[in-house]
Design a protein around this ligand. Sequence first.
Ligand code: UDP
Length: 153
Amino acid sequence: MALERTLILVKPDAVQRRLTGEILSRLERKGLKIVGAKMLRITPELSRQHYAEHVEKPFYPDLEGFITSGPVVAVCAEGPGAIAVCRTLMGATNGREAAPGTIRGDYGQSRSMNLIHGSDGPDAAARELKLYFKDEELFAFDKLIEPVLYEAA
Ligand code: UDP
């Protein structure tokens, strides 16, 4: 399984609700490695870049209002198949439909204020990570535990 990096955002609703630690802890407990992290306030311009595929959609103005409403925590998570692993941990977009045991399924009922963003594929991950992190803000470290965490595939 290829080593991947993915962009995770702890969205403003989760920061407000003091769920940042809980959400990042779920990623870490799964074995994902946090190799970059920062808190920032997303600007309208960054929102339009990040959500480029949604800018023309009817829900975009509300989405921009929400995502710029307070600070987020941006994280680069690394691991084998990290993009899909994170999507599974997140659950379906709408919290009411997300399975119990997933982050969205356990903590929310909203389709827009759904706690967490995770890149939805390799191209999106590469594009989105560049929006939030410079190369020197991402780290390589701590490989000793990996044979225990990940079987050879
Ligand atoms: N969103 C929304 N209304 C919708 C669909 C999506 O507010 O009808 C928001 C929601 O916050 C979602 C984000 O737009 O997380 C991006 O949508 P996408 O379909 O890419 O969902 P995701 O990949 O986050 O599950």
